[in-house]
Design a protein around this ligand. Structure first.
Ligand code: SAH
Length: 470
């Protein structure tokens, strides 16, 4: 019996395609005999030769072999390991095109999923970075051996735990290379073995650094498979690290589990303070090894300033900041509001939020632990009235439907929706803007340059009752 083949393309076949579009993960899309192929490391406008790696029913994947004719939007990726490393996905795309790509993703989602029209007029120019390099304040380097038996630190290759050595990552804060060198040399000199995920043997799992960009304070955290005592001459290492300008906190974290989770449960400060401090837009934050904190402080300021602008505060408003994390947006808005109430599901984050409020002498904020969708209906009763403005900044899965219903029944004047996923943003705005709210403004802020993460802020204005009823 003869089976009819869907299409005549097989694995390892070479194809030559023009890249015409992108997936949400930033892979280029090109068609071969009518079948779309997803090809990483390509740019719209490229003509490429690629090797088929996977064929599915209606689409396939291919690996870039050669750029036959480069797109005008293509640049030479500045990082020598950009293709192997799982960190950056779109370094080969000129930065202004990256930002435009993210902006168009938000517009596309809002049109396709949200049912909105004519968005060009209300969508601001995307807010990218002037210098989209060395922007991250937090790095977690896995440690291992290379083939020659040298101790290395770097980042995992895409979708594997194979370590691509890189001590001088272009998106990490400057200065990490020096910290890594001190630690890796110490490990070599004292024969301290890196941890091996496969066998479960070895000691040093990760080197984790955090840097306060505004204060210059540095935290180094060594994540070990065993106790601090097992790390030979830890005192000698901390003496050396302490000599690095800005060093504020050196911590040993113990993680004995076979897990992908980086940090274990116990933290021991072996030198200096338990926390570092940073500042965003005049608000100070204490950051411990476990604290949630935005990784791009320069763009976080841009993002929160947009949220503040959209909130339209005049000084007396009651504001709710739902999904507030450590209260960053709450504290940022508090200076211009009558009162801000933050709600967050993680108790440790609320603990940090309250401490940060005290640290900044901000007393017109309060924080509640719980699910936004469960706390919001009760809050209204407790506070004896509805808020003027609600800010939401949910995780990627977006807002719970019951929370959207609560917002619709409370009818605050404005809703500021901060989103890290344009798809769920569009789904939720469709519900909110059915008849009670009008989508007024959209801004896209590039928080994660060279990756495909998209962050957007949107402003919804309440439609006046008259208008809504007509
Ligand atoms: N607004 C904060 C954090 C946003 S991240 C900032 O800018 O720093 C989203 C937050 O929502 C996380 O802290 C997560 O723990 C929290 N979260 C997730 N589900 C939640 C829920 N159902 N209710 C309240 N908070 C939730």
């Amino acid at each position: 019996m003869q089976t009819r083949k869907k299409h005549m393309i097989s694995k390892n076949q070479e194809i030559s395609v023009s890249i015409v579009d992108y997936t949400r993960e930033g892979e280029g899309i090109g068609k071969w005999e009518g079948v779309p192929f997803f090809i990483k490391d390509t740019v719209i406008g490229d003509q490429v030769e690629a090797v088929v790696t996977k064929v599915k029913k209606n689409y396939g994947y291919a690996r870039l072999k050669k750029v036959l004719s480069p797109s005008a939007d293509r640049i030479e990726a500045p990082c020598p390991v950009a293709r192997q490393c799982g960190g950056c996905r779109i370094q080969q795309m000129a930065y202004d095109k990256q930002v435009a790509f993210k902006r168009s993703q938000v517009i596309n989602c809002l049109e396709r999923i949200g049912g909105f029209e004519s968005l060009e007029g209300i969508t601001e120019e995307a807010l990218g970075m002037d210098h989209p390099w060395h922007y991250r304040n937090k790095a977690q380097y896995p440690v291992g051996y290379d083939r020659q038996g040298n101790i290395i630190a770097g980042f995992y290759a895409g979708r594997t735990h194979h370590i691509i050595p890189n001590e001088d990552c272009l998106i990490q804060a400057k200065g990490n290379d020096r910290i890594l060198r001190v630690i890796l040399d110490h490990m070599e000199n004292h024969h301290i073995p890196p941890y091996d995920e496969k066998t479960g043997r070895g000691l040093v799992r990760h080197i984790y650094t955090r840097i306060g960009f505004a204060t210059g304070q540095i935290m180094v955290c060594l994540v070990l498979k065993g106790q601090a005592e097992e790390f030979e001459d830890l005192g000698g290492l901390t003496d050396q690290l302490a000599g690095i300008p800005g060093m504020t906190s050196i911590i040993v974290n113990v993680n004995k589990e076979k897990t992908n989770r980086i940090l274990g449960d116990s933290c021991l400060t072996v030198w200096g303070k338990d926390e570092i401090e940073d500042e965003i837009g005049g608000v100070r934050f204490l950051i411990g090894p476990r604290s949630f904190y935005q990784v791009n402080p320069v763009q976080t300021r841009v993002l929160y300033s947009k949220a503040l602008e959209y909130a339209g505060l005049t000084g007396g408003e009651t504001v709710w900041d739902l999904y507030c994390g450590i209260g960053t947006i709450s504290l940022f808005l508090a200076r211009r509001a009558g009162k801000v109430t933050g709600v967050e599901i993680v108790p440790e984050a609320i603990h940090d939020a309250r401490r940060n409020a005290r640290l900044n002498h901000i007393d017109n904020v309060e924080f509640h632990v719980g699910k936004a969708e469960e706390v919001a209906p009760v809050l209204c009763e407790d506070q004896g009235g509805k808020p003027d403005v609600i800010v939401v900044d949910p995780p990627r899965k977006g807002c719970d439907r019951t929370l959207l219903d609560t917002i619709l029944s409370l009818r605050p004047d404005r809703v500021v929706y901060v989103s890290c996923d344009p798809g769920t943003l569009a789904r939720d705005l469709r519900i909110l803007c059915q008849d009670s709210y009008h989508l007024d403004k959209v801004a896209v802020v590039d928080q994660f340059c060279h990756s495909c993460h998209v962050e957007a802020v949107t402003l919804l204005e309440r439609v006046s009752r008259q208008k809504a009823d007509s």
